[in-house]
Design a protein around this ligand. Structure first.
Ligand code: TRP
Length: 344
């Protein structure tokens, strides 16, 4: 069996309002992984345009995600940070994968059904084919590990199916060209646990979301200390003191969420947080949470704002990242063309 070098790939869409959920659910994970893996982190602008985008906002959102990666501690020198549209091989391989993936597979994608809603006839073809592009993002680097949220698990399974079908359909050609017995690895998801599911500060039953009309529902990574403090103080709670045991959070979604946020930011378990705060009222707990959130997120926001004033610096990181990524991507595409029988 072919052994592939371990490599991490993940993508974040530049669609605005990066918030605590993105940070705890994805970006902190990216930061940790750089210790042990060679990592590529991609701002997936081609995915963003599967639904309508305002071009000027898209530009600033691409720079914002890049700034967030760096501000959170991803080193752009040891890893590769880049934006998808600068490496044309993503779309080139995506076309090949459109021809490998089956209609039946894509028809099962729940995210498409949710996003397209009732007006499916009017959804873009890109929104439908989106998972094939995602598979290409990963496999154009022959990445082996992909940190994603629970919501992307199905897309990752599709990427594995595509890799496997390609390996099977072209097994003879793969061998004839000396690539071993399989060409693509089957990428493995690194799924974050439910502990990092961050809910709205206004409604503990709803996920924290970039598209919630209430800005008070989320802590944006770009919020400054005053805004963070204000939002935490305004966060919805109930009237009881905090329980000492985790079971006591069961029917209290807002309390559960704030305890979960505290735990994640402080790298503790919820049980540990309750050991310290069981019996405390919310004003005490919120004061502690304000201090913690400001200490952890404040510097990221400050650094992001600082980076965003230096567009040339950000754009240079993206350009150099793309140049490095392209080297890998071109090598894969040349091999894929040989395997398919194209003349080059
Ligand atoms: N679809 C992912 C999301 O919406 C973003 C994404 C695009 C991605 N390409 C990827 C994630 C490749 C992991 C690997 O969150």
């Amino acid at each position: 069996m072919t052994k592939f070098p371990e490599r991490v790939f993940s993508g974040v869409q530049p669609t605005g309002n990066l918030h605590l959920g993105n940070y705890l659910g994805a970006i902190t994970k990216f930061v940790d992984l750089q210790k042990n893996y060679e990592c590529l982190y991609c701002v997936v602008d081609l995915h963003a345009i599967t639904v309508a985008q305002d071009p000027a906002k898209l530009t600033s959102n691409i720079r914002e995600v890049t700034a967030a990666f760096i501000a959170a501690g991803i080193d752009p020198e040891t890893n590769i940070i880049f934006n998808q549209s600068q490496v044309a091989e993503h779309t080139e391989l995506a076309w090949v994968f459109n021809c490998v993936a089956r209609m039946g597979w894509l028809n099962r994608m729940t995210q498409f059904k949710e996003k397209a809603g009732k007006d499916r006839e009017n959804a873009s073809v890109g929104l439908y084919a989106y998972p094939a592009l995602m598979a290409a993002d990963i496999l154009v680097y022959r990445a082996t590990h992909v940190p994603v949220g629970e919501d992307q698990k199905q897309h990752l399974e599709l990427a594995r199916d595509i890799a496997q079908k390609f390996n099977n359909d072209f097994s003879k050609s793969i061998q004839d060209h000396g690539f071993g017995d399989v060409f693509f690895p089957l990428p493995e998801p690194l799924i974050q646990g439910p502990a990092t599911r961050v809910m709205s500060l206004r409604d503990g039953a709803k996920k924290m979301s970039k598209s919630d009309v209430s800005d008070n529902s989320r802590l944006n990574l770009s919020d400054d200390a005053d805004v963070i403090a204000q939002k935490v103080r305004k966060a919805k709670t109930d009237s009881e003191a905090l329980p000492s045991e985790i079971e006591g959070l069961g029917s209290r979604p807002e309390a559960d969420n704030l305890v979960g946020i505290f735990a994640a930011l402080n790298e503790q378990s919820k049980a540990e947080v309750l050991r310290d705060f069981g019996g405390a009222n919310f004003s005490t707990f919120k004061s502690a949470l304000v201090d913690l959130a400001v200490a952890k997120l404040g510097p990221i926001g400050t650094k992001m704002r600082e980076l965003q004033t230096d567009q040339a610096y950000i754009d240079d990181i993206l350009r150099r990242g793309a140049d490095r990524a392209r080297v890998h991507a071109q090598a894969t595409m040349s091999s894929v063309k040989d395997i398919l029988g194209f003349v080059r």
